[in-house]
Design a protein. Sequence first.
Length: 270
Amino acid sequence: MGKLNLNPFGMSEQSFDQLAFAKMKADTINNTPGDLTGYDCPKCRNRGFIALEKEDGGISTQECDCMKIRRCVWEMEKSGLKNIIREKTFDAFTATEGWQKAVKSGAVAYAEKTEGWLLFCGQSGSGKTHLCTAVCRHRLLAGDEVRYMPWRDKISEIKGMSLDNERRAEILNGYKKAQILYIDDLYKTGKAADGSSNPTGADIGIAFEIINHRYINHLPTIISTEKTAQELVDIDEATGSRIIEMAEGHTYSIARDTKRNYRLRGVVTV
Ligand SMILES: [Zn+2]
């Protein structure tokens, strides 16, 4: 009677045993759930890596694809956007009025095919951030690298680094070169001493550096801003005209109307 062939690949009995043992160890590791947050990954069970058996009986590890998604989600959550994967879906965006349906379908179409740039202008609190985040979520889950730049916070951080040129360049490069970039609230500033809230020359310079690089390299960029398209051009023509050119056909301007600000709904004015 022939021996059951457990070694079809012609390896020595010893190396086969070692491989089988390594596989057992790898399986044990791969069946143990981890505790990483931000995204639920069936592939690595939230450990962030996959264990692989080696012929010599050892184990090697390989980073799981979900780490790319996790890093983006962590970055976005650290910047104040919560529960991106679970809550910031297109379905969760309520579109009852005509203008809501129009902006929603525009965002959904862009998320499917990120050609050119996406620009949401105007009215604060109208759901611009929700829709832009839903686009990012969609691209993240499709495996793209998405970076999130909450303008007001990041611009003051970058300006505060004027003496640390290396770190400043590193941060700016991250935004300039990301596969997809979402700039939230472009040109939003705090109030200056004189009560004005116009972007400064330094703000405008940094905006141009990022926008121009992405313009030249045709990198998909999502921008939300309370400024109108005309105001973008008035603030700085070089940056504004590039944004408008790239976002042609994907620009949504939400008129300033307090009824469209969900944060004000139910507020009684006396
Ligand atoms: Zn994973």
